[in-house]
Ligand binder design. Structure first.
Ligand SMILES: [Zn+2]
Length: 440
């Protein structure tokens, strides 16, 4: 009897606590709670839910007073486009992009469930996507909400895009969108996309991505007895290439170790698999030299790389036909834009957008780190390919880099500072009148 009373009492207390918690979180409607709401949508691959976050964003956009359009180039992979018309819609517009999808999360390895958007007493908001990149998706909207409430009127039209599929290469997302007439009709002069966090107190900014190439080299040779010494076996041919590639890798890495270049400024080439040998049910046959062997490499090329020189190196040194080698290279992106220029956005006075962006960030009291090349890839490469300047930027300073990691979080104060930074950036960029005699 006493035990059941105690149980009932405990349940009663629990229900009160739960109702207080849920009423306080549901009654509040602030930038932070809207960020938490957006974080709670399960947008992870392989089956991201795009419908729910898009209807949330549509709702927000309507409240703020933005025009909305959903574009479905690939079915069930919608793109959401929000627009704030400028007072001069004839001059090139500006775009703020983010992706809707996220990488998966292993819930059991997180201290708070990855889709709870739990906010700790210190203000850390835990969620998959908190850094990559749902923060910017909400910050763009909150910045515009504030600008509108202050009566700000942009000169240039401002677009915000939410695209699917970035985490799996962007091929059914931004790649197809950038190639569409809808995108061309936006008449973009400049765009911004996601960046990365910085544990230090400066904001990082990215002017290029590295381009991934997938290289597979294959060697053939006469098979023979394990005891026989002879030239041009498949294994020997492959090992010669492996040595040459390792040397190249070492040279590139030495530049980084010597402090001459950043990691993302050199060509990385890393072995990802080796395949060879003659296999039976009891394992590898040890007294046979096989007739085939192969190796796979992950290459990442900064935009300064001459793709022709790289292709020649692979063809003549790493997998030459004179050593019975063949190869395949999957170039998972481009190194040159449609006019043949290296795929990077200038971060000097030659690019007026850069100067405006930098001043706008600094006007909020924040500091910008030295512009960087991103070691991996983002959707911005598809926009740069069209010759449109793009900067990668997610305003997260004093924040550990946790994208794709367990326990991804963003502190509420960092999130709020980001809104202030975007207010400054969006108002400055959209007020840019252009340079006389040039279409910018
Ligand atoms: Zn991302």
């Amino acid at each position: 009897m006493a035990l059941s009373h105690l149980l009932l009492y405990t349940l009663f207390i629990f229900s009160i606590i739960i109702s207080i918690q849920s009423s306080s979180s549901s009654s509040e409607d602030t930038p932070i709670t809207r960020f938490q709401q957006y974080l709670r949508f399960i947008t992870t691959h392989p089956n991201p839910n795009y419908t729910a976050p898009i209807s949330f964003l549509l709702n927000q956009a309507q409240t703020i007073g933005l025009t909305t359009r959903t574009i479905e180039i690939v079915s069930n992979k919608p793109i959401l486009l929000l627009t704030w018309l400028g007072s001069n819609p004839n001059i090139p517009s500006i775009l703020f992009n983010s992706h809707l999808d996220s990488v998966p999360a292993e819930s059991d390895k997180w201290i708070h469930p990855p889709f709870s958007a739990h906010r700790t007493i210190n203000g850390n908001i835990y969620a998959r996507g908190a850094q990559d990149d749902k923060c910017i998706g909400v910050q763009y909207l909150e910045a515009i909400r504030n600008l509108k409430s202050r009566g700000f009127v942009p000169l240039r039209t401002i677009h915000i895009s939410y695209v699917p599929e970035e985490e799996i290469g962007g091929f059914d997302g931004m790649m197809k969108f950038a190639d569409s007439s809808e995108f061309r009709d936006l008449n973009l002069g400049f765009a911004m996309d996601e960046g990365q966090a910085n544990p230090g107190d400066e904001f990082r900014v990215f002017y290029a991505d590295r381009t991934p190439w997938e290289l597979v080299i294959k060697a053939k040779g006469a098979p023979g007895h394990g005891a026989k010494l002879y030239d041009n076996s498949a294994m020997e041919n492959l090992m010669k290439s492996v040595e040459l590639i390792s040397k190249f890798r070492e040279t590139q890495f030495d530049f980084v170790k010597a402090g001459r270049f950043a990691n993302s400024e050199v060509i990385s080439v890393n072995p990802v698999y080796l395949k060879g040998g003659t296999v039976t049910s009891s394992g590898f046959v040890m007294n046979m030299q096989p007739s085939e062997a192969e190796a796979g490499y992950d290459l990442r090329l900064p935009p300064m790389t001459d793709p022709d020189v790289m292709r020649k190196r692979i063809d003549e040194e790493w997998a030459p036909s004179i050593r019975n080698m063949t190869y395949t290279v999957k170039e998972k992106g481009m190194l040159r834009d449609h006019l043949g220029r290296p795929l990077m956005t200038p971060t000097n006075d030659s690019n007026p957008w850069w100067s405006i962006f930098k001043q706008a960030v600094e006007a909020t009291g924040a500091k910008l780190a030295k512009p960087e090349i991103l070691a991996s890839t983002t959707d911005s490469r598809f926009i740069r390919n069209l010759g449109i300047p793009v900067l990668g930027f997610s305003p997260m300073s004093n924040t550990p880099i946790l994208l794709h990691d367990h326990n991804e979080f963003l502190e509420d104060t960092v999130f709020m500072k980001g809104i202030e930074v975007y207010e400054s950036v969006i108002s400055a960029l959209s007020s840019f009148e252009g340079v006389s005699g040039q279409v910018i």
